[in-house]
Ligand binder design. Structure first.
Ligand code: MSP
Length: 508
């Protein structure tokens, strides 16, 4: 089964921060999990490079827009490599192929009569790249960007959004219709509430005085509105209009992932554009929450921006991926602090996972000369991970539940050590010592497969240390597909090497 998954394409006005990383890592965990499930995944991310906001940022940096975009887009690409993001493609809206696809789409839309020329006057916030209404403003300013919006009055091209209001509401609220299903449910209610109570206005889809954009094919003096340009990345990236069959194979998308700030664009404007162009609609749209840092919105002015690199320097890349998704339920708003990250690192990773592996391997080395023992009897193995439930958490993006399940599993193994006290068994020459250690190795195997989508390198490292000679990828496929996973092989050598998670004591 093909599975087409996207993140937002991020604005290049600024370097990547952990807000961007949060969505991208979440998408990567899902992409990896889907691959182990056997899906044929196409995972897309990229950068959004046109519009007034980028143009102004380039001027501030003393660069041409093109140079500026190359530089910051490169930073995103590098950051995602560092974070082990396994995207299949990275789109830039300045790519020639994207530009051609946007022109093709807008030309087709124009031909259907869904766009028309009109005059518009409104308050435009460059930070949001959208028109705001008077009621959106706080003390005359955009509440998000704390800036006064500018009055814009232009002849533009308009998209007849209002024509699609009823049809969209029907599609979104009909559970038997697989299209545009919005998650979590509170977000879906927000959107349906608005669709029921507001009268949608037609939206301007072009700019008359902004050169840093894609010229409209039917009116080259105007450039495409940056949001229209950006949303089309989801089809341009898979060859819309190129005729090589990729678009037909991959579209519609199976999931668009983003935060709630841009849900309206994805769940209303985007589907309406597709309806107008008579193209299939996306299936799922998941809008997760926004997080703050120590209670404040993350911003340069407050000076509390956390860069992914700062996190990975402190905790390592794999642990950072895990920690980002562990602090509060995905979908809800939450708060992040260095203190909470450090505590979670110490508890979940250094103490629970790291110690379990290290204690077990030390005992195998000490009592069985570093070789996996042949169990004296069959290990009891109650309370192993219920894979049906576990997969359900991945399916619903319930990362906190996944992490909780893993931690319970690790607790259980650590308790087995406490309960059975292998050091006493060794003294007493109890033959069941081999069974206990064998059971611990089975549990560690399972734990490493369970965390593999989050911590690919650490999991593979543990896998090796405990003397597994099977390919971890094929075992991960067996595990996530609910099949039997291979048992530890008695006689194989374990190889304890270094500390997986050096304990972080300082409290930054
Ligand atoms: N360029 C548009 C998206 C176009 S998609 C067709 C855009 N870019 S953005 O750079 O502002 O990225 C917004 C996204 O970044 C959010 O939807 C979310 O995925 C992520 N986040 C940025 N800051 C975040 C938090 N503080 N918390 C959670 N997610 C955050 O909008």
């Amino acid at each position: 089964m093909k599975y087409y998954l996207t993140t937002p394409i991020y604005y290049v006005n600024d370097s990547p921060h952990i807000g961007h990383a949060y969505t991208t890592v979440a998408a990567d965990v899902i992409a990896r999990w889907r691959r182990y499930r056997g899906d044929d995944v196409f995972f897309l991310t990229g950068t959004d490079e046109h519009g007034a906001k980028i143009c102004q940022a380039a001027v501030r940096a003393g660069n041409s827009p093109a140079e500026f975009c190359d530089r910051i887009s490169g930073e995103f690409r590098k950051e995602w490599q560092n974070l082990k993001i396994t995207n299949d493609y990275f789109i830039r809206t300045t790519d020639q192929k994207h530009i051609s696809a946007v022109q093709k789409f807008l030309g087709a839309l124009h031909a259907t009569g869904a766009v028309q020329k009109g005059k518009y006057e409104g308050l435009y916030c460059v930070g949001c790249e959208k028109f705001l209404s008077e009621s959106d403003l706080v003390d005359g300013c955009c509440p998000d960007h704390k800036q006064k919006p500018v009055l814009q009055s232009e002849e533009n091209w308009f998209f007849r959004l209002s024509d699609y209001q009823e049809e969209l509401l029907k599609i979104i609220t009909d559970d038997s219709d697989p299209r545009v299903k919005i998650f979590p449910v509170e977000r879906r209610n927000e959107i349906t509430g608005k669709l029921k109570n507001l009268k949608l206005e037609n939206i301007s889809i072009s700019r008359a005085n902004l050169e840093w954009g894609i010229p409209l094919p039917f009116d080259p003096g105007q450039t495409a509105y940056v949001w229209v340009d950006a949303l089309l990345n989801y089809i341009s990236a898979i060859g819309y209009g190129e005729g090589d069959g990729r678009f037909e194979r991959l579209w519609p998308s199976d999931m668009h992932l983003m935060a709630k700030d841009i849900l309206w664009f994805h769940s209303v404007i985007w589907p309406a554009m597709l309806l107008a162009a008579k193209l299939p609609l996306p299936k799922k749209i998941f809008a997760h929450g926004f997080f703050t840092i120590n209670g404040d919105k993350m911003s340069k002015t407050v000076g509390n921006v956390i860069l992914p690199k700062e996190m990975s320097d402190k905790f390592g890349v794999d642990a950072s991926r895990y920690l980002m998704l562990s602090l509060f339920p995905f979908g809800a708003d939450g708060d992040i602090s260095w203190q909470a990250l450090t505590d979670k690192f110490n508890t979940d990773l250094a103490n629970n996972l790291g110690n379990l592996v290290s204690r077990t391997l030390t005992m195998v080395e000490k009592y069985f000369e570093g070789r996996i023992p042949k169990p004296n009897s069959t290990p009891a193995l109650e309370e192993v991970i219920n894979i049906g439930e576990f997969n359900g958490f991945f399916e619903d993006l319930k990362f906190s539940n996944i992490i909780e399940t893993v931690q319970k599993h690790l607790n259980h193994a650590n308790q087995l050590i406490e309960r059975s006290a292998p050091w006493k068994m060794a003294k007493a020459n109890d033959p069941e010592l081999s069974t206990v250690l064998f059971e611990l190795l089975i549990r560690i195997r399972e734990a490493s497969l369970a965390v593999y989508p989050f911590m690919p390198e650490i999991a593979a490292n543990i896998w090796k240390q405990i003397g597994s000679d099977e390919d971890i990828d094929s075992e991960a496929r067996a595990f996530f597909q609910g099949g039997a996973i291979a048992s530890p092989k008695p006689g194989n050598a374990v190889a304890k090497s270094g500390s997986l998670f050096p304990r972080i004591i300082d409290k930054k």
